[in-house]
Design a protein around this ligand. Sequence first.
Ligand code: FES
Length: 150
Amino acid sequence: MASFTLQINGKPQTVEVAPETPLLWVLRDHLQMTGTKYGCGIGQCGACTVHLNGTAMRSCSLPVSAVGDKSITTIEGLSEKGDHPVQQAWLEHDVPQCGYCQAGQIMTASAFLANTPKPTDAQIEAAMNGNLCRCGTYTRVKAAVKTASA
Ligand code: FES
């Protein structure tokens, strides 16, 4: 066990955990921040995506000891009132079906658009390609990313 003070959604949070504990479980089990989802646990599905200094990262594959003082943003902290442009586009396009993967989709999309504000369709396709959705909402995901970029 060791003590880690993490910067999460603009606030310091201290946890006592084993250094190899994935950030996903620190968020969910130690801080009760359950917006970030567990899908595969092996970096393959994207459900657990958070931002680390603005870059989309898979929190299931990121040991808490590797976070350091980098700034973590989770779906809970993406916007104050759920009104980030990506979240608004998600509502406009009625993207979710079961909803399980959607926090990860939104976190991937928002990091992507921050770095690529006017993406081509091919860039959207490539950026969102690694976020899996068992309901197959891919068409609406891509349309919403396009709307959020406009
Ligand atoms: Fe992290 Fe699937 S739960 S990529």
